[in-house]
Design a protein around this ligand. Structure first.
Ligand SMILES: O=C(CO)[C@@H](O)[C@H](O)COP(=O)(O)O
Length: 232
């Protein structure tokens, strides 16, 4: 498949997604979520006029400071390169699997942010003991299975864990967090808030026993944050 053969509206959407995803990668070091090049952001580009959906993602091992929209690569939802001069992220198959199996997802993010990854290393879900957790995650942040890197094993673990869950974040055992969202920006936001709550709940546990929030209050906080909070 060649991008040149796609409908003009889809080519424009790919260009816009490349700009968006390049800019969103700068948020990862800005919020202290990554070391060196260890993290990636992707966005779904929805098909136009019968064309299949595609995704745009960071090339593997490229510094966030050097990443331009032209560097961002385009892949199909099998993770195969469609356009770009550089090799796609090692996690492309995982992102692609999520897009294939979760049609509402428009963005996927992976980081190795310190506190979230520490919970992943212990294989322990983060308990819902903060209103920010109820707001964004609708309950505890779950743990996904240990999975090898490079094929769609990670993607299968993400989908198995998050399907039917209110949480946009999963802690992949012994690896780190993956977050999803309706857009790449929403998935980045989930990654930022995840690290914040992972750190705060860790600190709270050092001080004593955090107090769980009851299920009714979690549901009501989550509904308000998802449907009322912010500008509509
Ligand atoms: O942990 C992994 C592999 O799952 C990644 O986060 C890498 O550390 C960054 O990979 P690239 O996106 O640069 O290939």
């Amino acid at each position: 498949m060649s991008v040149a053969a796609l409908p003009e509206a889809m080519r424009a959407a790919i260009d816009a997604a490349r700009v968006d995803v390049a800019a969103l990668h700068a948020e990862l070091p800005r919020w202290g979520l990554v070391a060196w090049t260890a993290g990636n952001v992707s966005a779904r580009v929805r098909g136009v006029d019968g064309a299949d959906d595609l995704l745009v993602i960071k090339p593997s091992g490229i510094s966030y400071d050097d990443l331009s929209p032209a560097d961002v690569v385009v892949c199909d939802l099998d993770g195969e390169l469609v356009d770009g001069a550089l090799a796609p992220s090692s996690d492309t198959a995982a992102h692609a699997y999520v897009y294939r199996h979760m049609p509402h997802v428009g963005g996927v993010v992976h980081t190795h942010s310190t506190y979230a990854t520490a919970w992943a290393a212990r294989g322990e879900p983060i308990p819902c003991v903060l209103t920010m957790m109820a707001d964004e995650f609708g309950g505890p942040v779950p743990v996904g299975p240990f999975a090898v890197i490079g094929d769609d094993s990670i993607g299968r673990g993400i989908v198995e864990t998050l399907e039917g869950s209110p949480s946009p974040a999963v802690l992949m055992q012994s690896h780190g967090p993956f977050t999803i969202g309706g857009s790449a920006r929403a998935a980045v936001k989930a990654a930022v808030l995840l690290e914040e709550v992972a750190r705060t709940v860790h600190v709270a546990r050092e001080l004593g026993d955090p107090i769980p929030i009851d299920q009714g209050a979690i549901a009501s906080l989550h509904a308000r944050y998802q449907h009322v909070y912010g500008q509509r």
